[in-house]
Design a protein around this ligand. Structure first.
Ligand code: NAD
Length: 473
């Protein structure tokens, strides 16, 4: 029986390995992590991450051919294929701070593999890493196991799943990308991994490339996706200035088959653990390779994203007579997108901080995010990528102005305004007449996701600001 071990039981390691276990009953899959609480959660009924369909997949194979464990050495030693799916955040100190990827976790995983391996292994980069990381890993593996005569093959197999649709994406991926060395050993390793995916992925969707193309493709894909969001967000500002409607513009341009309709929704900005970090990583690689103009091009994507959040906060303050001091604002949605409880780099953090800086009172509701998590997010030091400094968290006095509730109607009661920051489907079903009746007047809606029908809400009596759409007459 082929044995797979995945180091890192996070948003990627957990779901990807669960799907491999489900689709390949003949393969034994162990997912290991240093975080004991996370592993306990994977072994319980309360999985550590919320992802539609994940519970069902885990239940079907956990304990049969899928195991979650903290016995890292044991499972790495026994494995034929070791996936590394650890976090690769942005460095916050030293050379490259604010841009370069922090490969500390990656390196310690690679050193562990070198130390405990007793037989040949295929080591698969699942994490998103800078192009050329495989070369560094090869060095660590070969130098540390030089006397053991063990052959390691490194593959790059970046993950393209999106949180919120991870299981759907894994069951039916647009493509699976496998990069390897162009040597007989490299080709054999690619073939072995290809056979794993071939259990359910059609052959024409499995793309094999050289190592560097695979590593760079992941960064490029995220950069292109984020760029599309910043492009439409930049248009939303122009729409507001000119009377055009961004939804109509998006529809019109999306009908061009060269552009296509997906990922053209204006919003308060992209978030999540990947887009910003991966673009910064790309920027750093460009700078290191003497390509400052290319670096500047990609930086602009993040600048527009920051601008969009700032613009949104400014619009709220300006609309409410230039002062929100002491006013209650309901924040509906805190996760960085719908169908996930993940709040990493969510635009909600910046928007809330901006509103608190102007002394608003915030009442936050998100169906999947706890008070503890929100408190942690508002309390943490934030890193400024542009000027590598740590930004102070929200002050303790301002934090006292934040409450978190489990009911959207509690959040909106007596509020002066509502901000939609996550596009949860349930928000579309809210009883807006009931909400209007119990709000302060004038009652404002600031739609950062364009999920409500502005005309319907205006008929009730709300003053509505929708990103990129004509303002109230
Ligand atoms: P995560 O933080 O949810 O999970 C990483 C896990 O690795 C953590 O549980 C951590 O405890 C564990 N870990 C770190 N060092 C370890 C070590 N030495 N030994 C054992 N475990 C260790 O991160 P994630 O969201 O799953 O992302 C993982 C990688 O995949 C990142 O490089 C990310 O950029 C990439 N990626 C993420 C997504 C996404 O949507 N989250 C999508 C595609 C790619």
């Amino acid at each position: 029986m082929v044995k797979i071990c995945c180091i890192g039981a996070g948003y990627v390691g957990g779901p990807t390995m669960a799907v491999i276990a489900l689709k390949c009953p003949s393969i034994e899959v162990a997912v290991v992590d240093i975080a004991t609480a996370r592993i306990s959660a994977w072994n319980s009924d309360q999985l550590p991450i919320y992802e539609p369909g994940l519970d069902d997949v885990v239940k079907q194979c956990r304990g049969k051919n899928l195991f979650f464990s903290t016995e890292i050495e044991k499972h790495v030693t026994e494995a034929d294929i070791v996936f590394v799916s650890v976090n690769t955040p942005t460095k916050t100190q030293g050379l490259g701070a604010g841009k370069a990827a922090d490969l500390t976790y990656w390196e310690s995983a690679a050193r562990l593999i070198a130390d405990v391996s007793k037989s040949a292994k295929i080591v698969v980069e699942k994490s998103t890493v800078p192009v050329k990381t495989a070369e560094a890993i090869e060095k660590i593996l070969t130098h540390n196991s030089i006397n053991k005569g063990i052959e390691f093959q490194i593959l790059s197999n970046p993950e393209f799943l999106a949180e919120g649709t991870a299981i759907k994406d894994l069951f039916n991926p647009d493509r699976v990308l496998i990069g390897g060395r162009e040597t007989p050993g490299g080709f054999k390793a690619i073939q072995t991994l290809k056979e794993v995916y071939a259990h359910w992925v059609p052959e024409d969707r499995i793309i094999c490339t050289n190592l560097w193309s695979a590593e760079l493709s992941k960064l490029a894909a995220n950069a292109f996706l984020a760029q599309r969001i910043s492009s439409v967000n930049a248009m939303s500002a122009l729409c507001e200035a000119t009377g055009a409607n961004v939804s109509e513009v998006s529809y019109a341009i999306g009908k061009d088959t060269r552009i296509g309709p997906k990922f053209l929704n204006a919003s308060v900005g992209f978030g999540g653990s990947c887009f910003q970090k991966d673009i910064l990583n790309l920027v750093y690689i460009c700078e290191c390779n003497g390509l400052p103009e290319v670096a500047n091009y990609w930086k602009q994507v993040i600048k527009i994203n920051d601008y969009q959040k700032e613009r949104f906060v400014n619009r709220i303050v300006a609309s409410m007579f230039n002062t929100i001091s002491g006013k209650k604002i309901a924040i509906l949605g805190f996760a960085f997108k719908k169908d996930t409880g993940d709040t990493r780099e969510t635009p909600a953090i910046d928007v809330c901080r901006g509103l608190l800086a102007d002394k608003a009172r915030l009442c936050i509701y998100d169906p999947q995010v706890s008070e503890t998590q929100i408190d942690k997010d508002l309390n943490m030091m934030k890193y400024s990528w542009e000027h590598p400094v740590l930004l102070k968290p929200v002050s303790p006095t301002a934090l006292k102005q934040v409450s978190v509730v489990w009911d959207p109607y509690d959040a909106t009661k007596d509020a002066h305004g509502i901000c939609f920051l996550t596009e949860w489907d349930s928000f579309k079903e809210l009883d807006f007449q009931r909400i209007y009746d119990h709000m302060e007047k004038p009652a404002y809606v600031f739609d950062g996701r364009n999920i409500v029908d502005p005309e319907k809400l205006r008929q009730i009596g709300f003053i509505v600001y929708s990103l990129g759409k004509p303002l109230d007459p």
